[in-house]
Structures are given as C-alpha cells and as structure tokens.
Design a protein around this ligand. Structure first.
Ligand code: ATP
Ligand code: MG
Length: 328
C-alpha cells in the first residue's frame, strides 16, 4: 500500500541556515500509512508544529525529503495536489473562521477548489453531518461555543475531501466538553470515514485514543509505538518531562507500593478491571489460606482431614500451606 506521508532525514532550520544549531527538526524519518491515527506528543518547542507543517508543504525541508503519497513537498508543481490531500486544523478556532454563516464558512474551501455549486452544497451538508453540526448551518460561527467552532473548522477541511487531516492541538483552547466533542469527531473521521489522522496534543488521554504515538524531543523522534508500548515507559516519559495518562500513573505508583497491576493500563475501564482482578485474587487467596489453616488445624488435632487418605494429598497441601505461611 502506498504511504500517506514519508519523511526521510528531515532537517529544518528556522532563520540562518547551515550552522545546524538552530535546527528545529534534526533528522526525522517516519512513514504514516493510509488510515492510521497517529498522535504526536512532546515538550514545548520539541518540533511538533514544525513537523506538522511539513506534512502539507507549509514548510519544506532544509535538507532531507518529505513525500505525500509519493509527491515531494519541495516540488512546487505538487503543492496544489498535496494541499488537497492533507488538510490542516489549528489550535485557535477563531482564526479559522472566514465567513458569516456556518454554511458559507464550510463552503469556502471547496469554492476555492473550483467545485461546482450543487456539489458544494452536497459537500457542506455531508461535512456538517460528519461533525454533527447540520442544525447550525445558518448560524453565525462567531456565536458558537469553542468546541462547535472547532468542529465547523474541521468540517471546512472535510468538505475539501482530504485523505489526511493534520490537527495541531485542536483542543488546546477548549473546555473539557468541547475537547470531548472534538475528539469524538476526530475518532469518527478516522474510524468511519477512513481519513488518516495526525493529532498533535498535550493531552495524554487524547493521545491514548490513537493507534500510534510518536514522542518528540529537541527535534528528534525518541519513542514511536502503540499507546500501550509508549505509555508503558513511565520512567522515560518522566525524564522527558511528559505526563502519562492519569490512570497509568496511578497504576505505576501502586505497583511501586507492591500492587501487581498490569504496567500498561491506559483507561479508567482497564484500571477498574485490573483492580477487580486484584481484589478477586485477594479474595481467593484469603479463602485458600483459610482452607489451608483449617487443614493444618485438623492435622495437628490428629483428625482425619478431608482427602487425608487420598495418597498423601493432604500432606502436600499442608506443606504448601506451611510454605505460604512462612512466606508471610
Ligand atoms: N517562526 C519561527 N522562527 C524561529 N524559530 C521558530 C519558529 N517557530 C518555531 N521555532 C523554534 O523551533 C523549535 C520547534 O518549535 P515548534 O513550534 O515546532 O515546537 P512545538 O513542539 O510545536 O511546541 P509547542 O508544544 O509549544 O507548540 C523551537 O525551538 C521554536 O522556538
Ligand atoms: Mg506547536
């Protein structure tokens, strides 16, 4: 399958070129496949936005290459096709509003692509359905909530029918309910519409919803893998001054105190299941020990405990009990 995006030894320097000291990207190589949902996390200034801007040729490499579906971003002849393939959504929804009604706002992109009016109307409707904003079609975008504005901005990109959407901290300026709305929209676009998603975020509970998490530090990729694999590395992430999802952190701290929870818990549901598992084990441990104690007492009293005459089973049982008592 053709790759959606490929970067090879991508270096990017803002300002004076050549001394390498100001490089915002220091040799990035990665491939993103069609249909993937990739989250990029990293400390402030690690190069996430600079990398994202290379994915639709807003920036072109100082050295190395970036290709979108095989098209080199440094070739100006590819620009039009690349911008149609990869849409960008930014942090501030207010900066992305271009019209006085939601309908005109979403129509702006396809109009610029020269799409015929009947087709534009169809696309606007579909795009608003995708972000669950159809009923606001005649509303003024600047009067909407932050989450709704951001969904309209996403609809504006969806209406251009991109194969890939890159979102640079799309929820950073939203309240928790706006963040949830936007995340629901993003996962829906990926899972149901098959759109490749690259999501830059500082929220770890958003990153865990991706198929793959890339961690950046000082212009380089330092971790790349499934959320479970990446967030399982609590120590490494801490050293990079990055958070892990709260439940992962809680499980990690409990394990340091001797709990035996899985080290790669990512969600509250998994945490709850693990805790139930541990307490179930605790209950069966307790009933096993009670049973063993009863057997030992029976032995000491010289009574024939159950199973005693069954070829020494009780003896084994007793030894196991002693071992377990000895072990505390
Ligand atoms: N327009 C610019 N001119 C000069 N340097 C820049 C410019 N934009 C970014 N940089 C520098 O490039 C590096 C990477 O910045 P970038 O914005 O890509 O980081 P980021 O990971 O997106 O950070 P944040 O989490 O704060 O958004 C930083 O050192 C930053 O100071
Ligand atoms: Mg940024």
């Amino acid at each position: 399958m053709e790759e959606m995006i490929r970067a090879e030894n991508l270096v990017y320097e803002y300002g004076p070129v050549g001394d390498g000291r100001h490089a915002a990207l220091r040799g990035i190589s990665l491939a993103i496949r069609p249909g993937e949902f990739v989250a990029i996390i990293g400390h402030n200034g690690s190069g996430k936005s600079t990398l994202a801007k290379h994915f639709n040729a807003l920036l072109v490499p100082t050295s190395g290459t970036v290709k979108v579906k095989g098209m080199k971003t440094s070739d100006p002849r590819n620009l039009w096709k690349i911008r149609q393939t990869v849409g960008m959504v930014f942090q501030n929804p207010d900066n992305q509003i271009v019209a006085t009604t939601v309908e005109e706002d979403v129509a702006f992109g396809p109009e610029n692509l020269g799409v015929p009016p009947a087709e534009i109307r169809r696309r606007v409707r579909e795009a608003l359905e995708c972000v669950d904003m159809v009923e606001y079609v005649r509303h003024a975008p600047h009067l909407l909530s932050g989450g709704q504005k951001q969904r309209v901005a996403i609809a504006g990109v969806v209406a251009m029918r991109p194969e890939c959407i890159v979102l640079d901290e799309p929820t950073a300026m939203l309240d928790p309910s706006g963040r949830r709305e936007v995340m629901r929209t993003i996962t829906r676009l990926n899972r149901e519409e098959g759109i490749t998603v690259v999501l830059i975020t500082h929220f770890m509970n958003e990153a865990v919803q991706a198929d793959r998490v890339i961690v950046m530090e000082a212009g380089r990729i330092v971790l790349d893998g499934s959320p479970r694999k990446v967030f399982g590395q609590v120590e490494t992430l801490r050293a990079l001054h990055l958070d892990v999802p709260q439940v992962t952190e809680l499980a990690y701290e409990l394990n340091r105190e001797g709990a035996e929870l899985p080290p790669d818990i990512l969600t509250v549901e998994e945490f709850a299941d693990a805790i139930v598992g541990v307490s179930d084990r605790g209950v069966s441990d307790r009933s096993r020990k009670t049973e063993e104690r009863r057997a030992r007492t029976a032995d000491a009293c010289g009574t024939t405990g159950r199973g005693r005459d069954r070829s020494g089973q009780a003896d084994c049982h007793g030894r196991a009990a002693a071992a377990s008592c000895g072990g505390g």
